[in-house]
Design a protein around this ligand. Structure first.
Ligand code: NAP
Length: 259
């Protein structure tokens, strides 16, 4: 299927591994040129080289912390005119409501709400001027169904979701769509870290923690970055122009809800 985005320029944040990498691979497979970001330069360069070799697209790698103003300034300077923006960053740590102080909330809001908002604010004007754009924010299933130990994530991502709901409708007349992808559990380093925490807390092995979690998912398995990336690439395609301001769960049926 030709997604109609060959030659478009995509900025994919937090993309040397995991879900961001899945999105980058799928966009590159559709012919989009990439600006890739992550903090660690080595893994980022490896990812960029692998994507160039596999898909023959241009890949510019910018090692920077996307949650800082300095990092975003460097990424945006290297990115230039961007047609497709995929926002992503690491998720906040798990804990208890009794653990979190103001500074913890500010850090979570910076990473998972204010960073995507700043990137959209910087790049939407260019998309408006060119009359076409796609934004996909990687959020979490916690937007639809709270994950109690991830209270910082629940809070920050809910804020971003509210912002997107309004802004998506303001930019839609210019041929721009903004949507959120809500991952349930996917097989990435982040999932390993969460499973390790469960294994330690409950004195079980990592495999047992994984098997227990998988058993709670109707699909009885974790999602893959490749599946996630394919959904992202579709949302960025010419066929998705009428999908505006939506929150799309990719969770194997884990959130038990009718709508
Ligand atoms: P991951 O496998 O740990 O990968 C995270 C990627 O983001 C890496 O490339 C990492 O590289 C980069 N990164 C992290 N913090 C960054 C920062 N401040 N600036 C730039 N790059 C950064 O994580 P993932 O599983 O793909 O998760 C991605 C997002 O989805 C997270 O917000 C997570 O909370 C959310 N999510 C994941 C799942 C899941 O099951 N995997 C479920 C729900 C929500 P560096 O470390 O080198 O920067």
């Amino acid at each position: 299927m030709d997604l109609g985005i060959e030659g478009k320029r995509a900025l994919v944040c937090a993309a040397s591994k995991g879900l961001g990498r899945g999105c980058a691979e799928a966009l590159a497979a559709a012919g989009a040129d990439l600006v890739l970001n992550a903090r660690g330069a080595q893994a980022l360069e490896r990812a960029a080289a692998a994507i160039r070799a596999a898909h023959g697209v241009t890949v510019t790698a910018v090692a920077a912390d996307i949650t800082t103003e300095e990092g975003r300034t460097r990424v945006l300077a290297a990115a230039g005119e961007v047609d497709i923006l995929v926002t992503n960053a690491g998720g906040p740590p798990p804990g208890m409501w009794t653990d979190w102080e103001r500074a913890d909330f500010i850090a979570a809001l910076d990473a998972n709400m204010l960073t995507p908002i700043a990137l959209m604010k910087a790049l939407l004007p260019g998309m408006i001027a060119r009359g076409w754009g796609r934004v996909v924010n990687i959020t979490s299933q916690s937007v639809k169904a709270p994950i109690p130990v991830l209270g910082l994530s629940n809070a920050a991502r809910a804020g971003l979701t509210g912002y997107v709901a309004g802004t998506a409708r303001q930019v839609a007349p210019h041929g721009i769509t903004i949507n959120n992808l809500l991952p349930g559990i996917h097989a990435t380093d982040r999932a390993n870290a969460l499973d390790r925490a469960v294994a330690e807390a409950e004195a079980i092995t990592l495999d047992e923690a994984r098997a227990r979690r998988a058993a709670t998912i109707p699909a009885r398995r974790y999602g893959t970055p490749a599946e996630f990336g394919a959904a992202c690439a579709f949302l960025c395609s010419q066929y998705a122009g009428f999908i505006v301001g939506q929150n799309i769960l990719l969770d194997g049926g884990a959130v038990n809800a009718t709508l």
